[in-house]
Design a protein around this ligand. Structure first.
Ligand code: NAP
Ligand code: HSE
Length: 437
């Protein structure tokens, strides 16, 4: 049987999973492709680290460039993450005539525009199903199954770690820091978990989906990106009381020919499918003009789910399918007609929470600021503070105040938040989240 020879750079969470699948399903994959998929070389950073998989001696090196350019390698699988040295390795692999498979969304987001033409010019493909939503095959969906549609909206949970953290905090009462550690232990988090919780990872993935769906390239520095850092358990509880779950939502929507894009913790009504996605799962809700609304869900992070997507790309290359679809349809053209909607003009409802002094005129001061900004209040929660006693601190008690607004713009709510912050009666924390209607 003809062999497709693979070099793997990175043998961490995902790399080990890929080796496991290629070993355990060797016969199955050979039957499906009519070829054997053989691992020829593997690169790691530290040769002395204990590994979850055992490989023949001599196969593993700490020189990744020797794998990228190895004369016996047909396909290079990059699973080290980050920009350096991943970019140089991918470029060298392509220049040496190799197809590439990668799970590295940071790299595609930053260097896709240089690397894709390089591969296309040589009739090679860069396959990246694992880069967005782990085991949920959304890249295949957008680049193949949905190509008859003008996509009009994407609303998605794209970061498994932050969804896992929100779920652990709310359903298991786990403190934020413990939930982050657990996500790292489970292999969901990035090498730098700040990228998961500050919204960067989800925003990079949204950028890739937007390029496939709308043919337009926007990077996270061009749209609203917010993470979980201001959210507390109290917000998840107030949201629940109001009938909502809090999700780190990545959204792109065509409004009057311009694209609204944002990645933010967002209140989503409990009954919506995306509100019910828990743990490390992702969901992508797509709207197409022909197909209507569709939902895709699966594990967004984790060893075997992500490895499953990498191996699917290898199979696509082995049978020649990826060479037909990836280079010609994906990430190649920019649609100059699509502009980004200015953030200030995006219209939504908002959830606001701040601590306030519990004394006369406070509510009047706050509603005055909102009224000045033409922001209409939809509902208010202020629970009673305990009556002061002899051990209470001097001054008025401090109570949390939650306000749900009617539709307003991001610009108005930002200005109102700045004015509210300047009021003597308003104290930290100050939380502001949009509501998805
Ligand atoms: P990881 O567990 O940290 O593994 C990284 C691997 O790369 C390690 O084996 C490391 O070697 C190796 N490495 C790093 N720098 C290297 C260098 N300069 N030369 C040679 N080897 C090097 O990371 P991971 O979670 O598997 O993630 C890999 C990629 O998949 C990232 O792009 C990530 O964003 C993406 N991804 C991950 C998941 C997930 O759930 N984990 C899901 C989707 C996508 P040592 O082992 O010797 O340190
Ligand atoms: N750290 C990422 C996440 C891995 O949690 O979603 C999958 O890309």
């Amino acid at each position: 049987m003809d062999a497709m020879r693979v070099g793997i750079i990175g043998l961490g969470t995902v790399g080990s999973g890929v080796v496991k699948i290629l070993e355990e399903h060797a016969d199955l994959l050979a039957r499906r492709t009519g070829r054997t998929i053989e691992i020829v070389k593997v690169a790691v950073r530290d040769l002395n680290k204990p590994r979850a998989v055992s490989l023949p001696s001599g196969m593993v090196t700490d020189d990744p460039m020797s794998v990228a350019t190895h004369p016996e390698v047909d396909v290079v699988v990059e699973l080290i993450g980050g920009l350096k040295p991943a970019r140089e390795l991918l470029q060298a692999a392509i220049e040496a005539g190799k197809h590439v498979v990668t799970a590295n969304k940071a790299l595609l987001c930053e260097h896709g525009p240089d690397l894709f033409p390089l591969a296309r010019d040589r009739n090679l493909c860069i396959a990246f199903e694992a880069a967005v939503a782990g085991g949920c095959p959304i890249i295949h969906v957008l680049s193949q199954a949905m190509t008859g549609n003008q996509i009009t909206a994407i609303q998605a949970i794209l970061n498994g770690t932050s969804n896992f953290i929100l779920t652990e905090m709310y359903h298991r009462d786990q403190p934020y820091a413990d939930a982050v550690k657990e996500a790292q232990r489970m292999g969901y988090a990035e090498a730098d978990p700040a990228l998961d919780v500050d919204g960067t990872d989800a925003a990079q993935k949204l950028g890739i989906l937007v390029q496939l769906a709308f043919g337009a390239r926007f990077t996270p520095d061009q749209f609203i990106v917010e993470g979980l850092d201001t959210i507390e358990l109290a917000d998840l509880q107030y949201a629940d009381e109001l009938g909502y779950a809090v999700k780190l939502l990545a959204t792109a929507r065509l409004v009057d020919g311009a694209l609204e894009m944002h990645t933010q913790p967002t209140l989503v009504r409990h009954e919506k499918p995306i509100a019910q996605v828990d743990g490390p799962y992702n969901m992508i809700a797509l709207e197409g003009d022909a197909v209507g609304r569709t939902w895709f869900s699966g594990m967004g992070a984790g060893q075997m789910a992500t490895a499953s997507a990498v191996v699917a790309d290898l199979v696509d290359i082995a049978v020649g399918r990826a060479q037909l679809t990836y280079p010609h349809l994906t990430l190649q053209s920019s649609d100059p007609a699509i502009k980004l909607h200015p953030a200030e003009g995006i219209e939504r409802r908002y959830y606001l929470r701040f601590n306030v002094e519990d004394r006369p005129h406070v509510m009047a001061d706050i509603t005055h600021v909102l009224g000045e900004m033409e922001i209409s209040i939809a509902s208010v929660i202020q629970h009673e503070a305990p009556e002061p006693d002899e051990v209470s601190l001097p001054g008025p008690p401090i109570v949390p105040l939650v306000i749900m607004t009617h539709r307003t713009t991001e610009g108005q709510v930002r200005q109102a938040s700045a004015k509210l912050a300047a009021l003597k009666c308003v104290r930290e924390p100050r939380v502001c989240m949009p509501v998805s209607d």
